[in-house]
Every structure is written in C-alpha cells, then in structure tokens.
Design a protein around this ligand. Structure first.
Ligand code: 13P
Ligand code: ZN
Ligand code: NA
Length: 281
C-alpha cells in the first residue's frame, strides 16, 4: 500500500536500520523499485526531483506509483525530493504525495527556516511528513547544483529543527550528489555530534558511490533514510544500451525497457540489503 514515510522512518530509527529512497524517472524504474521491495519484503520510498516532475507531471508519477503500491505487500511512500519552492511542495501535497522535502539549504539560515516552517505548517494538518536540509550537500543532481557544499553544524541543526518543526533532517556530512572522483570522506564523527543534538530521523543524500560499509556505519549512528539517484540512472541506461547497441533492428521499447528495469531492480535489491531493511516490510 501507499503510506507516508513517517511510520516507516520512526520504525527504522527505533530498530536501527534505514529505508532506501530511490529516485525514479519512468515507469520501468517505478516497477523495478517496488518489485525489489517486494522481493526483499522491505519498505521502499520512491522519490522524484523537480526536474523529473517537470519532465512528466506529478500526477503521472503519483498515479503510477499509487497503482503499483496498492498491489504491493510492502509499504511504499512517494516523496518529493529537493522540493524547490513552497508552491511545488503544495502541488505535491495536493496530488497525494505521502512525503515532502523542501530544500532551502542554498538560502541563508533565516530564509531556510522561514520557507521550511511554512511548508511544515501546511503539511502537518494533512499528516504528511516534511524533510528539510541544513548545510548543503555538494555535487550536481539534475539541474540542482550544490557546488562544493557545506557541512551541517550540530548546534545550528538543533536550532533549525526546533524552529521549523520538521519531521526529518537531511544532513551534509561529506557526501555529494552524483559520481565521486575518488572516495568520499564521510564524516561519521560529525554525524555523531548531530545525532546528540537532534532526535528526529536523519537523512543521507548523495549515497550513490558511497561504499555499503560506510552507509552501514552511518545507519548505526542515526541515519534512517538513504537516498540513491545517480546509480539508478546509470543502471537503467546501461541496460537500455546493452540491448540497443549494434542492433538497429530493435524497435520495441519494451525490449530495452525490460533490460533497464532488470538492472535497476538488481541495484535496488543490493542497496536494500545495505540498509538492513530486509524483512521489515
Ligand atoms: P546520488 O545521486 O549521489 O545518489 O544522490 C541522491 C540524492 O541525494 C537524492 O536526493
Ligand atoms: Zn539529495
Ligand atoms: Na553520490
């Protein structure tokens, strides 16, 4: 069924595992993530960025995820990732998204607080949880450019959570969106300091390319939602390429879509295992 991410993440926090949040862009990726969740009997979060909902409207993603989630035996949440404005967040809320991120991390602290609080206040009566970001996860995702990023300050994090009333906090601890050049320096020490000051579930962004053992360490120290985007795009496109490469006679979109879907599903199954959410559905 389609549920909110709130119960999911509180349960994960309580039992020291995390729920994988996977960025989807088309029907094949939606099917792949939900099938992986079912195969692993794990809850899953599907998420779409502003540029994705600009490619196809929110209502198309909602309808597809809802249709598939209703048949699924595991909890599925649909999340707006890096919501870029109050208006977009409200549109997602009206459309039926069950989890919403507002990302004001590129603004000043006060402006980030004002925007985030406005979204949190609007979502609360509908019981839809809100994620927000403090500090800035670097790298590039879609048309969103976090530049070099900036680490989250533990003191500021406590203040931010108290002032905004958000449900989950995205932290910047050395990960970056996109593909890494070399190994990322993930600051588990900083995560521990944030955890001491903030009690709500914490979210790790930029996780494509972060080794699974580092992800597990972060989960141990309080991360409850783990975001993967870039590696799903890579997997899907690789699958499509495998089929199309060198064979111009192929014209059936189902043939290459199927292979793309298979590779995404395989990737998601492995990440669910890294998140230790197997059997938690
Ligand atoms: P990656 O693209 O590095 O996996 O980051 C995903 C993310 O943070 C989505 O919000
Ligand atoms: Zn992100
Ligand atoms: Na990354």
């Amino acid at each position: 069924p389609l549920v909110t991410s709130k119960e999911m993440l509180y349960q994960a926090q309580k039992d020291h595992y995390a729920v994988g949040a996977f960025n989807v862009e088309n029907m094949e990726m939606i099917m792949a993530v939900i099938e992986a969740g079912e195969e692993m009997q794990s809850p899953v979060i599907l998420q779409t960025t502003p540029s994705t909902v600009n490619y196809a409207d929110l209502n198309l993603y909602y309808a597809s995820v809802k249709a598939r989630a209703d048949q699924a035996s595991v909890p599925v949440a649909l999340h707006l990732d890096h919501g870029s404005s109050y208006e977009l967040a409200m549109k997602a809320l009206r459309e039926g998204y069950t989890s919403i991120m507002i990302d004001g991390s590129h603004y000043s602290l006060e402006k980030n607080i004002a925007l985030t609080k406005r979204v949190a206040d609007a979502c609360r009566p509908h019981l839809i949880p809100v994620e927000a970001e403090l500090g800035r996860v670097g790298g590039k995702e879609d048309d969103l450019d976090g530049g070099n990023g900036g680490l989250t300050s533990p003191e500021e994090a406590a203040y931010f959570v108290e002032k905004t009333g958000i449900d989950f906090l995205a932290v910047s601890i050395g990960t970056a969106h996109g593909v890494y050049k070399g190994e990322p320096n993930v600051r588990v020490d900083l995560l521990k300091q944030i955890r001491k000051k903030v009690s709500i579930p914490l979210v790790l962004h930029g996780t494509s390319g972060v080794p699974d053992d580092v992800v597990r360490e972060c989960i141990q120290e309080g991360i409850s939602k783990v975001n993967y985007a870039t590696d799903l795009r890579i997997a899907y496109t690789k699958g499509v390429r495998q089929i199309l490469e060198g064979d111009e006679s192929i014209i059936d979109p189902k043939l290459y879509g199927k292979r793309g879907k298979e590779l995404v599903k395989r990737y998601v199954v492995d990440r669910i295992s890294a998140c230790r959410s197997i059997g938690r559905g």
